[in-house]
Unconditional design. Structure first.
Length: 96
């Protein structure tokens, strides 16, 4: 699982900067988010849930993005991610 890539891709798909995500979560950007995104630190379950809640996505979507792509370019993965996020938000809005 590549959580570093997953967080970067989700942020890119949602148009959220690392600083914005830090502000949304209350997590210190320099001590947690930048270390996770740089691959120097794993993503604890509690932190994953905080990030997912801030981004209004299910935590399982972070896990999906963390899967290693087989033969997809990063741009293809970003486009797939945008589509998944859009579908996730549509499904969430329908439940509300």
């Amino acid at each position: 699982m590549n959580y570093a890539r997953a967080i970067r891709l989700l942020r890119a798909a949602l148009g959220v900067s690392q600083q914005e995500l830090a502000n949304m979560t209350g997590l210190p950007e320099s001590s947690i988010l930048s270390h996770v995104e740089a691959g120097r630190r794993g993503l604890p379950e509690k932190t994953k849930k905080i990030i997912a809640k801030a981004l209004s996505i299910p935590p399982s979507l972070i896990d999906l993005f963390a899967l290693e792509p087989n033969n997809h370019s990063e741009n293809e993965v970003i486009e797939i991610g945008k589509a998944i996020v859009k579908l996730s938000k549509i499904a969430h809005d329908k439940k509300s």
